[in-house]
Design a protein around this ligand. Structure first.
Ligand code: GTP
Ligand code: MG
Length: 382
């Protein structure tokens, strides 16, 4: 591989590692009676089989803290929560205590960012009034500040019953962000009928609306259920990168000469990688990035075709003295970003496999997608 491409790949990898290391930590408090499906929900929403890796560490009598190396997530879990009269008060004060301690650090990484209060739909014949009064009491505590509370109706089938319960909770006018019915895993009934899982994508979008901007990358990095949410954030990254660096009136960019990605493009590639949060090894990531950067480099900078590519884009101009106009650099950056998103998507969906990335298939695919993307941009400009 060309030394200069190798160097760019290394810069990308460094930036990706840096970003991952510096992601803000998301801290969620999960409350709900024993067996409602708290652990199942966590494992279904987040990558890494998070809650199954252990019981976590007890931080109070009733609350456990689950963390995992290299995961920007803390879950405070209340396993075995029964909500007997005696326990009600105790658990509430333990929870508020943890929240207060988090606040006091004034560090976003230690604050509790949202509360999931889980109520089981399946098998619940009636609605438990004591849970509602507990919730009312809890949400009214001054310690709560603006922490969003989501009431999650777990094992939410049949849907009609879930909707009924949702209406009942909403009627209570509690100070909560949202009631979200979720069936985290398909549910089998006597092998005759299977209810399909649903609601996890909605929960991701509810979370995204409720969380601070500083936690959005973390949320996307961790969640494994909504490709749409990842893509939406990734497209926004591309648009922002292009506007910031190559917007209207930008000066010519000398990157044809340099044969490398400029910092804006490296940072864009890193952001997209973080958002997709693929569980892959360092060596696979390196192959992945070098395939993208290498093919983009070869396509754009290959002296023989660069003229043709640019000619295909109306108004893109030509290479003058080793520089391209800001607008052209913008187009190329958009094509690079959108192609990278497409490749990530194929990998996420399992349509592109590990061995494809190590081999030539990934490179060919990247090259095709990249050229297509450039052509489409050219068409859009007409
Ligand atoms: N099919 C299906 N089963 C679920 C779902 N949620 C929970 N379950 C089942 O319900 C049982 C209890 O779920 P858990 O996730 O362990 O419940 P929990 O709230 O963590 O329980 P504790 O840790 O004891 O407080 C398990 O057998 C799960 O497989 C779901 O969405 N679909
Ligand atoms: Mg559990």
């Amino acid at each position: 591989m060309d030394k200069r491409i190798e160097q760019t790949v290394q810069q990308c990898i460094n930036e990706i590692n840096n970003r991952i290391k510096n992601l803000n930590r998301l801290n969620i408090m999960v409350i709900g009676k024993s067996g409602v499906g708290k652990s199942t929900l966590i494992n279904s929403l987040f990558r890494g089989n998070f809650a199954a890796t252990g019981l976590g560490r007890p931080v109070t009598k009733d609350i456990r803290k689950i963390e995992k190396a290299d995961f920007p997530l803390t879950v405070y879990d209340t396993p075995g929560f029964e909500l007997s009269n005696a326990q009600q008060k105790e658990v509430k004060s333990e929870i508020l205590d943890i929240i207060e301690k988090g606040f006091r650090t004034r560090d976003i990484n230690d604050a509790v960012h949202c509360i999931w209060y889980c109520i089981n739909v399946n098998g619940n014949r009636t609605f438990d009034e004591s849970e509602i009064s507990w919730l009312r009491d809890f949400t009214q505590s001054p310690v709560m500040g603006n922490i969003p509370v989501m009431v999650i109706l777990t094992q939410a089938c049949p849907k009609s019953k879930a909707r009924e319960m949702q209406a009942l909770v909403e009627k209570e006018n509690l100070d909560i962000a949202k009631v979200v019915p979720v069936l985290a895993q398909d549910m089998d009934f006597d092998g005759e009928y299977t209810a399909k899982a649903y609601g996890l994508e909605t929960l991701v979008s509810v979370m995204s609306e409720a969380l601070a901007p500083e936690l959005q990358d973390t949320l996307q990095n961790l969640q494994k259920v909504s490709l749409e949410a990842k893509k939406k954030r990734a497209h926004a990254v591309v648009a922002a990168a292009v506007t910031a660096a190559f917007g209207e009136g930008a000066a010519p960019v000398p990157f044809m000469d340099a044969f490398m990605l400029v910092p804006t493009q490296i940072s864009m590639i890193a952001s997209i990688t973080v958002i997709f949060g693929l569980d892959i090894s360092k060596s696979l990531l390196t192959s992945f990035v070098s395939s993208v950067v290498g093919t983009a480099g070869a396509t754009i900078f290959g002296r023989s075709i660069v003229g043709n590519i640019l000619k295909a884009i109306p108004g893109a101009g030509t290479v003058v003295g080793g520089a391209v106009s800001g607008a052209t650099a913008g187009l190329i950056t958009t094509a690079l970003g959108e192609s990278y998103i497409k490749i990530m998507e194929l990998f996420y969906l399992g349509e592109l496999k590990k061995e494809d990335i190590y081999g030539n298939k990934g490179k060919r695919l990247m090259s095709d997608i990249f050229k297509d993307s450039l052509k489409n941009l050219g068409r859009k400009k007409d």
